[in-house]
Each structure stands twice: as structure tokens, then as C-alpha cells.
Design a protein around this ligand. Structure first.
Ligand code: TPP
Ligand code: MG
Length: 322
């Protein structure tokens, strides 16, 4: 499906900016993993639009210059193997230098294959062992509520935004945490499931069927929403619409694993394999072309960086974001 479908012109947030950032993140992901020679492209690419809306759509409150501000919202990448998508966002947010991206997975780098909160600025929780993020989110959310800490709005506690994999939901610990969040009314937990229907061994429904994850969380006492995890406008609308319950929120974000790179899309084999340099170049050209057609469809100008350095260099497979 062309990327230009199912989008409306934004009214109150900058859809083009958010899409552009997601596109840059996808380019960075491909280039980082090519440089490393290992890593997880599929689940990083599938989550880029969600992460872009959180970081650059005005959804998550944070200050890149004051990462420990007590009022900040917290982001937990529970599916820690998708670390490249968060590192790319941290670079675009100015929290780490973009040159550092190419050090990913090197000995001594702050950017390990899975996020390390003790080394990398902007990482709240070390993750990688799947199934633990929701429990950690519950503890953080409850502690913030009990302490009386207010978020950026000064009226409600900071929120915990959690990104989980669908295969990750096959870990039993999640379901105890889901009961807990509902029981204690943790309405500051927002758990987004990257529902790409693939995990490391193939189709989630064949490995151990998850079925209707939204219905399951609903039955556990959560508010739920199902949406297109590549439609930034829809993601933004659901994340920012007024809520009148004291329930935690689970978002069933339907995505395509490997999104944006034709030969990786929906292919289980691209879960944990790095692209070759030739594949990297092809991927970057595809991503540049998609961004151009998206901008043309909306009849908007891309930012100067994309026009000059970004897309021009992408088309020739230049350095990370030029
Ligand atoms: C507890 C645990 N068991 C196994 C793994 C190995 N592993 C890494 S990624 C992965 C598949 C995850 O699939 P999913 O959650 O659907 O992630 P995505 O499709 O978004 O990449 C597995 C089993 C792990 N990291 N942690
Ligand atoms: Mg998956």
C-alpha cells in the first residue's frame, strides 16, 4: 500500500514533521545495523511511526536538556531488541550525537544491542529480556501516583508509555501485570503493542496464538483501542483524546514488520539479520522515494535538511542522514 493513503492533513500537530522524523529514523536504523553487521531491523522499522509520534508529535512530555525532570513522562522500550529505533529518536531529539549512532553494538559503546539505562542518556529502563516492561511500568506508574508527583500539565501524574512486541505478550508475566494495572487503577500507563504478527520464530498465531489482544486486555479491565500503527495522525488522535476513566490504556497498533523497506516487509527472516551494504543502499533509496511521494501528496515542502543533505544523500547511500 502506498504510504500516501489513509492520511488526512493534520490540524493540531505536524504530520509531515512526524512522518519525516519516522523516515529519518528508518534510514538510521538500516544504516546502524549495516555498520554493526548484526541486530534487529524488522521490529525496529515496524515501530518507527509510533516512536516518532511519541517523541516528535507533542505527545510525550520531556526536556532533552533536563532528562531527569521529575514531571517527565517515561518511555520504556519493553521490546528492547528494537533499540535502534529509540537510539535514532534520541539522536533526532538532540539527546545523543548522530555520529554516535554508527557505534551501535561496538564494545564500549553507549549504544548496546539492547538499551542500557546505566550508560545511555534518555533510556529509563534497561530492557531486552522480554516480558518485564509492563511490570516495570506498573511499578513506576504506581510510585509516581503515590508520591503525588505531577506531570507537565501540573494536574495529572506523569505517564508511562510502554512499547511492547506482540510475541512478547506470549510471556506469562505480562498477564499478571495486566491484572495489577487494572486492579490499582493505573490510568497513567499507556501500553502500545506493536502488533506485526511476527516474532522470532514466525507468525505469532502459529507459534502460540494471541488472538484478539485488545479484547483480552479489555477483559482484564483496560481501556483499549485498535489502530493502524503506521498512521501517525490516528496514533496521535488516540493518544491525545480525552479520557474519562481510571483504567490503564492499551493500544493494539497493527503494523508491518520491516515497514518501509520492501524486501524486509512481513518477512520473519528479517527479525534479527543485518542488511548488506547493497541492501542498505536499496533501502535508503526506497525510503527517500517514499518520503518524497508523501510530501508531494500533501503538497508540502520537506525541511531544508531533508531536501539537501538527507534525501540527496539517501539517494546515493551517504552517511547517516548526511
Ligand atoms: C525472555 C526472552 N526470551 C526470548 C528472547 C529472544 N527474543 C528476542 S526478540 C524475540 C521475538 C520477539 O517478538 P516480538 O515481541 O513480536 O517483537 P517484534 O516482532 O516487534 O520484533 C525473541 C523471542 C528474549 N529477548 N527474551
Ligand atoms: Mg512481533
Amino acid at each position: 500500500m502506498p504510504l500516501t493513503q489513509n492520511f488526512s492533513v493534520p490540524t493540531d500537530f505536524d504530520l509531515c514533521l512526524v512522518r519525516e522524523q519516522a523516515n529519518k529514523m528508518r534510514v538510521d536504523i538500516v544504516k546502524m545495523l549495516t555498520a554493526a553487521g548484526s541486530g534487529h531491523p524488522g521490529g525496529s522499522l515496524s515501530a518507527a511511526d509510533i516512536v516518532s509520534v511519541l517523541y516528535f508529535g507533542g505527545v510525550m512530555s520531556y526536556d532533552p536538556a533536563d532528562l531527569k525532570a521529575p514531571w517527565r513522562d517515561r518511555f520504556i522500550l519493553s521490546k528492547g531488541h528494537a533499540a535502534p529505533v529509540q537510539y535514532a529518536a534520541l539522536a533526532l531529539a538532540g539527546i545523543i550525537d548522530e555520529e554516535e549512532l554508527l557505534t551501535i553494538r561496538q564494545l564500549g559503546s553507549r549504544l548496546q544491542g539492547h538499551p542500557d539505562a546505566s550508560k545511555c542518556p534518555g533510556i529509563e529502563v534497561s530492557t531486552g529480556s522480554l516480558g518485564q516492561g509492563l511490570s516495570i511500568a506498573c511499578g513506576l506508574a504506581q510510585a509516581l501516583k503515590l508520591s503525588g508527583q505531577m506531570g507537565a500539565d501540573g494536574r495529572t501524574p506523569p505517564k508511562i508509555y510502554l512499547l511492547m512486541g506482540d510475541g512478547e505478550l506470549q510471556e506469562g508475566q505480562n498477564w499478571e501485570a495486566a491484572l495489577y494495572a487494572a486492579h490499582y487503577g493505573l490510568d497513567n500507563v499507556v501500553a502500545i503493542v506493536d502488533r506485526n504478527y511476527l516474532q522470532i520464530d514466525g507468525d505469532t498465531e502459529e507459534v502460540m496464538a494471541l488472538g484478539d489482544v485488545a479484547a483480552k486486555f479489555g477483559a482484564f479491565g483496560w481501556d483499549v483501542a485498535t489502530l493502524d500503527g503506521h498512521d501517525e495522525q490516528e496514533i496521535y488522535d488516540v493518544l491525545t483524546r480525552p479520557r474519562y476513566s481510571s483504567k490503564p490504556l492499551m493500544i493494539d497498533a497493527v503494523t508491518t514488520k520491516g515497514k518501509g523497506v520492501s524486501f524486509m516487509e512481513d518477512v520473519a527472516g528479517w527479525h534479527g539479520v543485518a542488511p548488506s551494504q547493497e541492501q542498505c543502499d536499496t533501502a535508503c533509496q526506497e525510503l527517500a522515494a517514499e518520503m518524497r511521494s508523501f510530501a508531494d501528496a500533501l503538497d508540502v515542502e520537506l525541511d531544508a535538511d531533508s531536501e539537501t543533505d538527507g534525501l540527496a544523500e539517501l539517494a546515493t547511500g551517504g552517511d547517516v542522514r548526511g
